[in-house]
Design a protein around this ligand. Sequence first.
Ligand code: NAD
Ligand code: UDP
Length: 311
Amino acid sequence: MKTILVVGGAGFIGTNLCKKLIKENRVICVDNFYTGKKSNIETIDSDNFEVIEHDIINPLKIDEEIDEIYNLASPASPPHYQKKPIETIKTNVYGMINLLELANEKDAKILQSSTSEVYGEPHQHPQKETYWGNVNPNGIRSCYDEGKRCAESACFSFNREYGTKIKVIRIFNTYGPYMDSADGRVVTNFIIQSLKNQDITVYGDGNQTRSFCYVDDLVDGLVKMMNTKDDFIGPVNLGNPNEFTILELAQKIIKKTNTNSKIKYCPLPSDDPTQRRPDISIAKNKLKWSPKIMLDEGLDKTIEYYKSLQY
Ligand code: NAD
Ligand code: UDP
């Protein structure tokens, strides 16, 4: 049985990952509960599951041996990271370095959850891992985008200088159960608004695109990446390459929830990327991974989850 640290384990992806890993491993969830919820991980009932409340901006000491570290710690929704931009930078940069030092000390593998945001407003479509991106270094998204870019740089620097066993994954928009209903990301917002018969807030004209991956697929990809040989370090895109406009997403959710809600057009936040779609050739070839759950099925499952919470 391996001992695995899931940092940011009480958040949306973290909870889904802990639930998968606990079936065969000892899992230690580390979280400061900024956006993660104790109620998420309280659903995990196992003697092999432990929770440590800790902010990774500060160094983390663990007494026992650790085999693997998944770093998921960072607010991921634009409203949450923009509310605390300095903490977001510190979490992504200091936090990453603290975890890389821990990985070195324990001789553990460490997987970083980077993001499609490293591509910024992309001039290449779909986005391949070789694309260096087009990021505004001082815009309202930069605390997150540049924080994640610096975290990738820290991973590769530790690998070059110390031989640290790194794995870098770039996650594209992922949705599903255990995302906080007040998270602010688009799928959750539209579902909650529909279930409450409130206006559906489309930012801009709704013609911007995203490619939505169901969380079970994503978590499978993370575990597959962790299990690759030490010399395969990434970066690797993980996401569903089917691309939709935000307006198409709104219309699908309106139909599926049979709501009376109407679309309300709101101002587009600055630096909101126009288009986003992953090229997943590397994930297909090296991880033998591709998403299995398409948007219609994933939305049905996610709507059922929020209905079960009485929305
Ligand atoms: P989330 O906000 O639900 O989870 C993040 C978790 O990290 C929360 O539990 C939060 O409390 C914790 N955290 C934040 N700062 C911390 C700190 N300083 N110390 C300890 N814990 C801290 O977001 P998520 O969607 O689950 O995202 C998880 C990771 O995946 C993030 O790093 C995010 O950048 C990355 N990612 C997610 C997506 C997506 O679509 N969901 C896309 C790209 C990248
Ligand atoms: N969006 C929207 N209404 C909302 C929330 C988001 O129209 O209530 C838009 C947002 O402007 C962006 C897209 O949906 O174009 C995805 O937003 P999200 O915050 O989910 O993720 P990200 O922008 O980081 O890809």
